[in-house]
Design a protein around this ligand. Structure first.
Ligand SMILES: [Zn+2]
Length: 218
């Protein structure tokens, strides 16, 4: 009798041990699958603005800052202002001025950031609100406008370097890759940013430079 009871207790213990082990393995598998395939999107509200950016937000208005929430960021869209020699501040003020429109011919335009000729960065819209820059990708991207000295659309090194740094920073924060940084051209076929459309090698190099900059952020 005693032996049989001992046998039963041992069997129950073994079964419990097996169940616990199975449960642990199952939980580990669920965590693994979740991290591999269902990355939780980063809430843009939790990401701070990088050092050195001048935050000068537009007044909320229907034409340039509609305050539509941007909840998930899946890319960054690069633009050029197409107005040679204009400064970051002038472009920011142009977006601000759109609030004074009315009627049927109103223009809607804006950008989260404008990078100036000297590499200065002005933020016009918080990254948790959409900007009117990238057409159907407004809903899931950060937009960056860049100033340039002439019609070629080529950026000064100062502008280029700030742009690379800004893209690298947000790629890191949102778990994006350099290939998630796209041109306005890739969304609509518009020649924007002109220099990176005219010179695909320069565009490739730009993405490589983002990759390099991301490594330096670690
Ligand atoms: Zn554009």
């Amino acid at each position: 009798m005693e032996r049989r009871r001992q046998e039963r207790v041992r069997r129950i213990l073994m079964l419990s041990l097996l169940s616990v082990t199975a449960l642990i393995i199952l939980a580990a598998a669920v965590v693994l699958v979740r991290t591999l395939f269902f990355d939780e999107p980063v809430d843009p509200r939790t990401v701070r603005t990088p050092e050195g950016v001048e935050v000068d937000l537009l007044t909320p208005n229907p034409y340039s800052r509609p305050q539509t929430p941007l909840t998930e960021i899946r890319g960054i869209v690069v633009h050029y202002v197409a107005n040679p020699c204009s400064t970051a501040r002038e472009n920011r003020n142009y977006f601000e001025g759109l609030k004074n429109q009315s009627g049927d011919n109103a223009t809607s335009a804006s950008s989260h950031f404008v990078v100036g000729l000297e590499g200065e960065i002005v933020q016009c819209i918080p990254i948790y609100e959409i900007a009117y820059a990238s057409n159907e990708r407004n809903a899931d991207t950060i937009s960056i406008e860049c100033c340039h000295p002439d019609e070629s659309g080529k950026f000064y090194d100062s502008t280029y370097d700030s742009l690379v740094g800004l893209c690298a920073y947000y790629c890191k924060e949102f778990g994006l890759k350099p290939k998630d940084v796209i041109r306005h051209y890739d969304v609509t076929g518009k020649i924007c940013p002109k220099y990176f459309v005219d010179d695909p090698d320069a565009w490739k190099q730009f993405r490589k430079d983002i990759k390099k900059a991301m490594k330096q952020i670690e």
